[in-house]
Design a protein around this ligand. Structure first.
Ligand SMILES: [Zn+2]
Ligand SMILES: [Zn+2]
Length: 253
């Protein structure tokens, strides 16, 4: 069994064959945390989680949409209400992105991130952090807080990885770790202790080799786990066992 701890099955890329994709996922023995990225899709993520066994939801707003949020307090109340659903197991994805979302005001991104972190603390839920090229600002924000969570689709350097691990976070690796031009990311995966590792697809994005460039899906998480097993010098079974345990510990599922 494997748990894909970061999928976006509610995205329109799955509108035509969502049912089939989920059937393949279940047949492969894969469970899923379906992560929201926009307020409009949180309810959709929850509906999916309620419909299927082995799918849970996280609710949150991606930094890309930071400028859309006009009232932080209202957002917090809405997310809080959504998070009451028993199938909601985390807050996210939230964080800072100075790369893909470089055009979105940094201060607005920080404000939105902090709103969601307050909720994380209040509700005592794990947080799913999206951080791209915003390492210092992210650390500065999370350091004084007592949080449990994951840095999803990890990127950065050894130093940042060390800091994230020291703060007790889990580290998620995705399909891009299988890419041929990713020796740096592979090195980071090697440096991450097994008991902090999570496997995720971020589907529909970042399909692993040999599917690179196509729509990804949770069933591909096995390829990512195989790649991590090779990098860590352990069996696939070992990676499956430990990452499943890690996901269960973090998300209390
Ligand atoms: Zn992300
Ligand atoms: Zn994502």
């Amino acid at each position: 069994m494997l748990i894909d701890t970061h999928a976006h099955l509610d995205f329109p890329q799955f509108n035509k064959d969502r049912e089939k994709v989920i059937q393949r996922t279940q047949k492969a023995g894969i469970k899923v945390i379906n992560v929201s990225s926009h307020l409009d899709t949180c309810q959709k993520a929850i509906n999916l989680a309620q419909k299927y066994e082995g799918i849970w939801a996280a609710v949150g707003v991606h930094p890309h949409y930071a400028e859309e949020i006009k009232n932080q307090e209202k957002l917090a109340q809405l997310l809080k209400k959504l998070a009451k659903n028993p199938k909601v197991v985390g807050i996210g994805e939230c964080g800072l992105d100075y790369h893909e979302s470089a055009n979105v005001n940094n201060e607005k991104q920080k404000e939105l991130f902090q709103t969601q972190l307050r909720l994380v603390q209040e509700l005592k839920l794990p947080v799913i952090i999206h951080c791209r090229e915003a390492f210092q600002d992210t650390l500065q924000i999370i350091k004084p807080l007592k949080l449990s969570g994951v840095f999803h689709c990890f990127s950065g350097d050894n130093n940042f990885l060390e800091k994230v691990l020291a703060l007790g976070f889990y580290v998620g690796f995705d399909g891009n770790v299988t890419f041929k031009n990713a020796p740096k990311l592979q090195e980071l995966a090697k440096l991450t202790p097994l008991n902090r590792l999570l496997v995720e697809t971020d589907c529909p994005f970042l399909a692993p080799e040999p599917h690179r460039g196509t729509r990804s899906e949770p069933a591909h998480v096995k390829i990512i786990a195989e790649c991590l097993a090779k990098l860590k010098g352990v069996s696939l079974e070992e990676v499956a066992k430990i990452t499943t345990k890690n996901a269960k510990n973090l998300f209390k599922i």
